[in-house]
Design a protein around this ligand. Structure first.
Ligand SMILES: [Ca+2]
Ligand SMILES: [Ca+2]
Ligand SMILES: [Ca+2]
Ligand SMILES: [Ca+2]
Length: 424
């Protein structure tokens, strides 16, 4: 579905009036990658490229291609997409041009870096802390610009059952008192026996995988606050007289980590998405959405392909629109700006219903606004809860809404149908 035909909520359509700018994002063009490589805010791993080789390339042709740029193989990222390392200080633009002109290579691109889309961690000092869950007819507090989750709760709909949402982010503190019952444990993987029991290529991955450090411990300490916060908005246990309630009071969260202390790479983002897609197909999980509260870098055909493969497995990819106050129709923010049909791009609104000043927007490249200012949720350490702001916080309201919808509509599982239900 072309972006221009999407239904844009009135709020964002109104805000975007006068700033409409034609050109949707084009796909898979080296000129786009090369142009974005000149934009200093789009960060990437120095001296690395992701290279998509054509299937069945002979070892000699493979070696010749790498030799042309002085590159060496680092790892297989996904299928025939490889990460290669160039000599220190190598000119990436020149290497990309050379590789694009080399037979047997589909595309080459930087290993872009992504950051969590949070803007602040200021504590929010009011008693009415969960405005993002409220609606105009919710029983306790009312806020017409909330996600209306409290109204669903009031009708007795709080349990999302076996529905799963994958949080691809930092680690999440799965033992947090308000989260510990809502994280999935892979029953097909025997813990700590040193064997990959379910044959997915990862040993003892009972609770997802950490692609940032390539180990089984997804939660590595209080630095994993962003992933913990996002998880709480989707699925902190409600009705337990503790802390906060997520969109779903009960569900199966799974955490896959790729954001390290400062950022995460495209290679590791792709591996994380592929991991989730494989897990769903391998174990027939009722996994309906990936929460992607991060962004940055530039155009990556490799990442787009991975998101679209997840979409084919009917996993909606819910992505933060970004926090630079920019129009994504003019300056794309990745991955939310890809025109892939399974992506929902989420802007942040405040409790007054207006687009947050920091939030990106875009009549065609942003799908809807959700609560993203002063959102109270779970964090490791301290009192266990804190208010954060950002499109990072808006995104899990939408991922949680998909889970809530899916749990009450067991016959609706196509990504396109789930997305349509949330946008309308
Ligand atoms: Ca395994
Ligand atoms: Ca095992
Ligand atoms: Ca770890
Ligand atoms: Ca709670």
């Amino acid at each position: 579905m072309p972006r221009s035909s999407r239904r844009i909520p009135r709020l964002l359509a109104a805000l975007a009036l006068g700033v409409l700018c034609g050109a949707a994002v084009a796909g898979g063009r080296p000129d786009k990658v090369l142009a974005e490589l000149q934009e200093p805010q789009r960060r990437h791993v120095p001296s690395e490229l992701l290279v998509q080789f054509e299937p069945g390339l002979s070892p000699s042709a493979y070696g010749e291609a790498l030799a042309r740029v002085g590159g060496r193989f680092a790892e297989r990222v996904s299928g025939d997409l490889h990460r290669i390392v160039l000599p220190a200080g190598a000119d990436l633009s020149a290497a990309i041009r050379t590789l694009h002109a080399t037979p047997g290579i589909d595309f080459a691109e930087p290993n872009w870096l992504y950051e969590a889309d949070t803007v602040s961690d200021d504590p929010y000092y009011t008693t009415n802390k969960l405005w993002g869950m409220e609606g105009d007819a919710s029983p306790l507090f009312q806020n017409a610009y909330g996600s209306q989750a409290a109204e669903a709760w009031d009708k007795g709909h709080t349990d999302c059952g076996k529905v799963m949402v994958a949080v691809i982010d930092e680690g999440a503190q799965f033992k947090h008192p308000d989260l510990r019952h809502n994280f999935w444990v892979n029953p097909h993987e025997i813990p700590d026996n040193g064997i990959d029991d379910d044959g997915n290529g990862f040993i003892d991955d009972t609770r997802g995988w950490d692609f940032a450090r390539d180990d089984k411990s997804t939660y590595d300490g209080v630095g994993d606050d962003h992933g913990t916060h996002v998880s709480g908005t989707i699925g902190a246990r409600g009705g337990n007289a503790k802390g906060v309630a997520g969109m779903c009071w009960k569900l199966n969260l799974i955490n896959v980590k790729f954001l390290g202390t400062a950022s995460g790479s495209t290679a590791n983002a792709i591996k994380s998405i592929d991991y989730v897609t494989d897990l769903k197909l391998r174990h027939q999980l009722d996994l309906v959405a990936i929460n992607a509260s991060w962004g940055g870098g530039g155009y990556s055909q490799g990442l787009k392909k991975s998101i679209e493969a997840a979409g084919k497995a009917d996993i909606v990819f819910v992505a933060a629109a970004g926090n630079s106050g920019a129009n994504n129709d003019v300056t794309p923010h990745y991955p939310s700006s890809y025109d892939s049909p399974s992506i929902i791009s989420v802007a942040a609104i405040g409790a007054g219903g207006l687009l947050a000043g920091f939030s990106n927007y875009g009549a065609t490249s942003v799908d809807l606004g959700a609560p993203g200012v002063a959102i109270y949720s779970t964090v490791p350490g301290g009192t266990g809860y804190a208010a954060y702001s950002g499109t990072s916080m808006a995104t899990p309201h939408v991922a949680g809404a998909i889970a809530l919808y899916a749990s009450s509509h067991p016959d609706v599982r196509k990504a396109a149908d789930l997305k349509q239900a949330i946008l309308s």
